[in-house]
Design a protein around this ligand. Structure first.
Ligand SMILES: Nc1ncnc2c1ncn2[C@@H]1O[C@H](COP(=O)(O)OP(=O)(O)OP(=O)(O)O)[C@@H](O)[C@H]1O
Length: 247
């Protein structure tokens, strides 16, 4: 059984069809890169996967369970780091445990020994154990994003979703953050779905690719199957057609 099944998802906002009958499956432990130009529908897809938005039509399943709202076993990493700058890396990582527990439990869970261990282990995974006590506000963007990944890991998710996780970083920091995220996911067998607009980064770190254009899946396949023609089709087809007409 696939880890994630996206079945005939359509999302309509007023006159805009953000997703149009999108279907694909994700194998357990795979690192999936969702590619597509601005406005293609990537964020809409990830928000539905995370239970933050409802589809107009269609369904998403984790294993055989349909997603019907936000779930504590789905963790999200955002483009902006979303760390609490006044707190240490360690305290930020610990808040991942709060996402897992309910509101009342969370007050108790704050002191949960297993969460403390998980927070340190997650910081170690993203190469920040020595910086555990450092205030995140004084960290670089790449380090802050690694703290965000650590926090997601402490949530002990069965699915990790990352929406443009390295879009605001320079290429070196972006590759470093992606490396930590991929290794953390692989170590834990954690299925990951990340939207990435940088094709080179996606190719370097992804196992499987879903290309979206105008709300439709226009490519689905492995790294070996993703050719430059496919990349053109995902990003530039309209431009090249325009060029052909013009010339
Ligand atoms: N809440 C909303 N209300 C109305 N229209 C929306 C809303 N969210 C997204 N859209 C529209 O749906 C389409 C897909 O948007 P989406 O943000 O999912 O694309 P994207 O691929 O993530 O783009 P980007 O990379 O620029 O974030 C766009 O036309 C967008 O304007």
């Amino acid at each position: 059984m696939p880890a994630v099944s996206v079945e005939n998802l359509t999302k309509v906002y007023g006159d805009t069809v953000a997703l149009d009958d999108v279907s694909f499956e994700v194998d357990e432990g795979d690192f999936v890169a969702v590619l597509g130009p601005s406005g293609a529908g990537k964020s809409t897809l990830l928000r539905i996967l995370n239970g933050l938005a409802d589809p107009t039509e269609g369904s998403v399943y984790i294993g055989d369970e349909e997603i019907t709202g936000a779930r504590s076993d789905i963790a999200m990493v955002f483009q902006q780091h979303h760390v609490i700058e006044s707190m240490s890396a360690y305290r930020n990582a610990l808040t991942g445990g709060l996402s897992r527990a309910g509101l009342l439990e969370s007050l108790l869970a704050w002191n949960d020994e297993s969460d403390k261990e998980a927070a340190l282990e997650a910081l170690d995974t993203v190469g920040l154990l020595e910086e555990a006590e450092q205030r995140t506000g004084s960290m670089s963007g790449g380090q802050q994003q690694r703290v965000g990944i650590a926090r997601a890991l402490v949530q002990q998710p069965s699915l990790l979703i990352a929406d443009e996780p390295v879009a605001s970083l320079d290429p070196k920091a972006a590759a470093e953050v992606m490396g930590y995220m991929r290794d953390a996911a692989k170590d834990r067998g954690l299925t990951t779905i990340a939207s990435l607009h940088q094709v080179n980064i996606a190719r370097e770190f992804g196992d499987y690719f879903v290309g979206i254009r105008d709300g439709e899946v226009v490519f689905e396949g492995s790294k070996e199957e993703l050719t430059m023609e496919d990349v053109d089709r995902i990003y530039y087809e309209e431009d090249s057609e325009t060029k052909r007409i013009e010339t």
